[in-house]
Design a protein around this ligand. Structure first.
Ligand code: ATP
Ligand code: MG
Ligand code: FE
Length: 332
């Protein structure tokens, strides 16, 4: 199947054409990061306006680069949630309009299913499969026994990993989004500050990052109060070491205890070099293959939405004309 996919859940306006859920014919992403930077985070109203301005351009470009005709396109897929409602609506309405005019089936896709299926653009899935999802709004361990089924075995009890990166970056006065800046500085610093690791109760696959975030904020304030200079590189290195250690160990234990055949990583924080190295090292000694997508497929894009939609297309799971943006849609 050939699917035209749209993603507008947050601050990237994206469209892609995907063949059989595995082959990228085109993948266009227009990011709005520069417009949100001076506010230190995504401003929903501004995001919606950008999506309106960009959606047609991005769609035309994706369609042209794919070198396909409308006859060859089997369905129009779009992220239906979770995300910012005003942002989601732009994509959903563009998808509906196209599906109606071109008489194609419509497929609503869960954004996190998309992040997971970004991995299938690289290699075929082997089940049971464990997915570590680490993004701006999610930190989850999901067990998949077959295509399109998701069992949530662990999740964050408070902040998402990406959120913690962004909040700590803000405390260190780094630009938004802070994740890539912390990542870069962490490699120039020494992880000597003993920030806490939230292991939670024994055997738990859940996560918690708010205590760590507070510990970093308190540390920075205390150093400043003493009149000393905060060594940003060391704070970044120590913070990242805490996040990476917990994510790596819980993923490792979940993989072993659930006897999975493959581990995949998804979401924007999967771009983190420290996390990539740590997971690779930890899984090297096992026979379980670990896959992490290239960085441009970790952050928001529409190729991943097309990849997830391909499975729904094969199962004939189409959406109806009442498809709507759902800000807190659950992954089921
Ligand atoms: P969600 O997917 O949960 O709806 P989102 O779409 O906003 O949230 P993504 O685009 O998947 O999130 O990821 C963005 C997040 O990834 C931001 O918090 C950003 O700081 C973080 N991030 C990006 N690159 C890195 C990196 N190298 N190290 C750490 N974090 C990073
Ligand atoms: Mg984004
Ligand atoms: Fe995302």
């Amino acid at each position: 199947n050939i699917i035209l996919a749209i993603e507008t859940s947050c601050d990237e306006t994206a469209a892609a054409v995907i063949k059989n859920g595995t082959e990228i014919l085109s993948n266009i992403v227009s990011t709005q990061i520069d417009s949100h930077k001076r506010f230190g985070g995504v401003v929903p109203e501004i995001a919606s306006r950008h999506h309106v301005q960009q959606i047609t351009i991005v769609l035309e470009e994706a369609f042209e680069q794919a070198k396909v005709t409308w006859d060859e396109i089997d369905a129009i897929a779009v992220t239906e949630g979770p995300g910012l409602v005003g942002a989601l609506l732009i994509g959903v309405n563009a998808a509906k309009a196209l599906a109606f005019v071109k008489e194609k089936p419509l497929i609503g896709v869960h954004h996190i299913a998309g992040h997971i299926y970004a991995n299938r653009l690289q290699q075929e899935f082997e089940f049971p499969l464990l997915a570590l999802i680490v993004s701006g709004g999610h930190t989850e361990l999901v067990l998949m026994k077959e295509h399109g089924t998701y069992e949530l075995i662990g999740e964050t009890l408070d902040d998402a990993a990406g959120e913690a990166f962004d909040k700590v970056a803000r405390t260190l006065r780094l630009p938004y989004p802070g994740g890539p800046h912390i990542d870069r500085l962490a490699h120039e610093g020494i992880a000597h500050i003993p920030f806490p690791r939230a292991w939670l109760e024994k055997g738990s696959y859940d996560f918690s990052f708010s205590g760590l975030k507070s510990a970093v904020i308190n540390y920075v304030h205390n150093v400043q109060q003493r009149g000393d200079k905060v060594i940003v590189e060391d704070v970044a290195a120590s913070f990242q070491a805490s996040v990476v250690e917990v994510l790596t160990e819980k993923t490792f234990r979940a993989a072993i205890e659930n006897g999975v055949n493959q581990v995949i990583v998804a979401g924007g924080v999967a771009a983190n070099k420290g996390l990539r190295t740590s997971l690779k090292d930890r899984f090297q000694e096992t026979k379980i293959p670990l896959f992490i997508p290239p960085i441009h497929l970790c952050t928001d894009n529409a190729a991943m939405i097309g990849a997830a939609a391909s499975i729904l297309f094969n199962e004939q799971k189409f959406s109806q004309w009442d498809l709507n943006g759902k800000p807190s849609l659950l992954l089921t």
